[in-house]
Ligand binder design. Structure first.
Ligand code: NIG
Length: 367
């Protein structure tokens, strides 16, 4: 079975995907001739996963924090400072090595395109370095200087916001496509978040928001009002949030591995989808709240715990991610798209949920 994401899911049986110079040129009947052939042998072929939310560039380890959480400690934004300390101390070479290893791990798990955020530097020079490292792996780099207020600005959040909107943005904007802000209690409030997004927009960056992760909050409404491409987490959605999202171009990106790793409730994706909200699923790979590159795991959680069908979850992890990044070259396999595909060691994508934890990605094809 071939899934193209053309027309709903675009499931085609006995298909051949014809690729030229890294681009899909046709979907034909099995048996089509070509210079080179890959025989999928009756297995399911899907578009490569598009991971629209990752924090791949960091140093250090927070497994003890995770273990404490599993023993009952709550999750808080403060752990970001721990990673910031380790990341500031790491050399460029070390950050490149760590990020390359994580990127390769993600590729093996079927992720053919991803976004990478900065956000563990929180000073001008380190944020610039993180954006530069991220740019070696993707053209979807997101400047996240407004991740939390660093220790040296404790009690002076507005001064830090001024730095983010001024010198730090000037250093990072040329290396980024997006700006993001963590709009949440313990991070940045609605006014501070709006200031960051406004400055980013003036610098020519597209907007993204971390919002409604740890409780109800202004993140979703702010994202919609400011025309953000995506608001991510959305674990807590009020009726007004859903209504705002449904009438907007802002994608609601769910990060279920985060809710798993922080013992948060899972968002009710069904409610959002039924109201007409465009949704995506991403891994949120980061050292604190979601250290996984497995989109298959996220899909399984979305189906098991967020009331999505396997079809909806696959679409959200491919085309949904592409929409959250406002791209039309990835996330589908119709003619003209980048030839990014995954051969699953399974006859159908339902096995991604049916066989949780089993590495079903047999081959990742990039371009
Ligand atoms: O998306 N929410 C904010 N940022 C990350 C968490 C980062 C961390 O705990 O290190 C997230 O979950």
């Amino acid at each position: 079975m071939l899934v193209t994401n053309d027309d709903e899911l675009g499931e085609v049986r006995d298909a051949a995907l014809v690729i030229e110079d890294g681009v899909v040129v046709a979907v034909e009947r099995a048996g089509a001739q070509g210079d080179e052939r890959i025989d999928a042998g009756g297995r399911c072929v899907i578009p490569g996963f598009v991971d629209s939310h990752t924090h791949l560039v960091f140093a250090g380890d927070r497994s003890e924090e995770f273990a404490a959480r599993m023993a009952g400690a709550p999750y808080g934004a403060g752990g970001i400072r721990v990673t910031t300390e380790a990341t500031r101390a790491a050399s460029d070479d070390e950050l490149m090595r760590l990020t390359r290893a994580r990127r390769e791990e993600a590729r093996r798990a079927g992720i053919t395109h991803l976004e990478i955020k900065s956000g563990y530097g929180l000073d001008v020079e380190t944020e610039r370095r993180l954006c530069e490292v991220a740019g070696q792996f993707t053209d979807d780099v997101t400047f996240l200087g407004a991740h939390v207020v660093p220790a040296e600005y404790e009690g002076c959040a507005d001064d830090y916001v001024e730095l983010v909107c001024g010198e730090m943005l000037a250093a990072c904007a040329p290396r980024s496509r997006w700006i993001d802000v963590f709009c949440e209690e313990g991070a940045f409030d609605a006014d501070q978040s709006a200031a960051v997004l406004h400055a980013g927009a003036i610098a020519g960056l597209g907007l993204r928001v971390h919002g409604n992760q740890l409780g109800d909050g202004p993140g979703v409404q702010l994202a919609v009002e400011m025309g953000a491409a995506s608001v991510d987490h959305c674990t807590y959605l009020s009726d007004a949030d859903i209504e705002a999202l449904a009438g907007s171009d802002t994608v609601a990106t769910f990060l279920p591995a985060t809710d798993f790793s922080t013992r948060q409730p899972y968002p009710d994706a069904r409610r959002a989808i039924d109201a007409g909200v465009e949704v995506a699923i991403a891994t949120n790979c980061n050292p604190g709240s979601s250290y996984t590159t497995s989109m298959a795991f996220c899909i399984a959680l979305a189906v098991r715990d967020m009331r999505m069908t396997a079809q909806e979850a696959l679409r959200a992890a491919t085309l949904g991610g592409a929409r959250a990044l406002r791209r039309d070259d990835v996330g589908h396999l119709a003619p003209g798209a980048r030839a990014d595909a995954v051969i699953l060691d399974a006859p159908s994508y339902t096995h991604l949920v049916y066989r949780p934890g089993v590495p079903l990605v047999a081959q990742t094809i990039t371009g």
